[in-house]
Design a protein around this ligand. Structure first.
Ligand code: UDP
Ligand code: MG
Length: 310
């Protein structure tokens, strides 16, 4: 007997959940007899009826388990709770809004159980239904982060992954507080098969990501996996030192030879503005890393459970 744990983070998903469950069951039926399932819903402090919907589904299907948080801790925390509590030989992460098609599960399972893969990742080939500005910035983000990190972050990669226990164990051994799952998944390595699918709009409810939240998430990804921005501020600082030194020498010579008094306080003001701007910018970069370090050092729990089914 083999067991697959399906982890589903849910935040205000009472409309989508029944549809998700129905679709999931249809696809689970296609699996061979010797495969058992555990469906682990993580209720991430939903304000709507999500928990009751989960309990109702559980009363009809005892493969369902749930963990309910004391408040909203974010999808990353929900993913971590799911991974920590999953009991399967294989684990998969799925959104509750059917943007991660359950029809792919069997194919994913075959790759890891029959072929020599440890995990299967998914990526979107297009970004249909997404605002153009958002697609544009995410392209830039992936370009940047791939320049800064030693391992590859796949553009368009989703959190929808299917993995063996060894990959799961590696991921939960990374106990950091600032979690960026896509990065962690790339970081642990292993033999990953990537499959592609077209972007699908969510079935019900609405996305929890605003542009601002996505920007923060992108910065999170960069600070969690790269120290390149810190080096950048040192380089800019160095360049400015050299340039100003050359300028000083030039001005001294100009004054000595031409007897020309140095004029123009407007240019001086511009320079002061620019240099102090760069200083603040660099301080900001250091601040980013400092604040992440501060949060790590506190060692607060990543999530707090209010109730759970097992
Ligand atoms: N989610 C969560 N906690 C949050 C935000 C989202 O558990 O604070 C869940 C949400 O219920 C869904 C998944 O994470 O199952 C993906 O969220 P969403 O569809 O809003 O993100 P998108 O697909 O737009 O990236
Ligand atoms: Mg979604």
């Amino acid at each position: 007997m083999e067991k697959i744990s399906i982890i589903v983070p849910c935040f205000n998903e009472d409309k989508a959940l029944p549809l998700f469950y129905e679709e999931l069951i249809k696809n689970i039926k296609k699996f061979p007899e010797n495969v058992d399932f555990e469906i682990l819903f993580i209720n991430d402090g939903s304000k709507d009826n999500t928990l009751n919907v989960i309990k109702e589904l559980k009363s009809k299907d005892d493969r369902i388990q749930y963990i309910s948080f004391s408040r909203n801790f974010g999808k990353e925390a929900a993913i971590f709770a799911g991974l920590e509590n999953a009991s399967g030989d294989y684990v998969t992460l799925m959104d509750a809004d059917l943007q991660d098609p359950p029809s792919l599960l069997l194919e994913m399972y075959n790759y890891v159980s029959k072929e020599n893969y440890d995990a299967v990742g998914t990526k979107r080939v297009n970004r249909k239904g997404e605002p153009i500005v958002r697609s544009f910035f995410s392209k830039i983000f992936y370009r940047l982060i791939n320049k800064m990190t030693a391992f590859e972050m796949v553009d368009g990669a989703r959190d929808f992954v299917f993995m063996k226990r060894n990959v799961l164990d590696a991921i939960i051994s990374l106990k950091e507080y600032n979690r960026y799952s896509k990065g962690l998944f790339s970081f642990v390595g292993f033999n990953v098969k990537w499959i592609e699918y077209k972007n699908i709009p969510r079935v019900a409810g609405k996305t929890k990501w605003s542009f601002w939240k996505l920007t923060q998430y992108a910065l999170e990804g960069i600070t969690a996996f790269s120290t390149a921005p810190l080096i950048l501020s040192s380089i800019i600082g160095l360049i400015f030192c050299v340039v100003s030194f050359l300028l000083i020498i030039a001005i001294i010579f100009k004054t000595l030879i031409l007897g020309d008094p140095t004029s123009g306080w407007p240019s001086m003001v511009c320079i002061i503005f620019m240099v102090s701007g760069i200083q603040l910018f660099s301080l900001g970069i250091i601040g980013q890393y400092l604040s992440k370090t501060y949060l790590e050092v506190k060692q607060r729990p990543i999530y707090i459970v209010k109730e759970k089914s097992k």
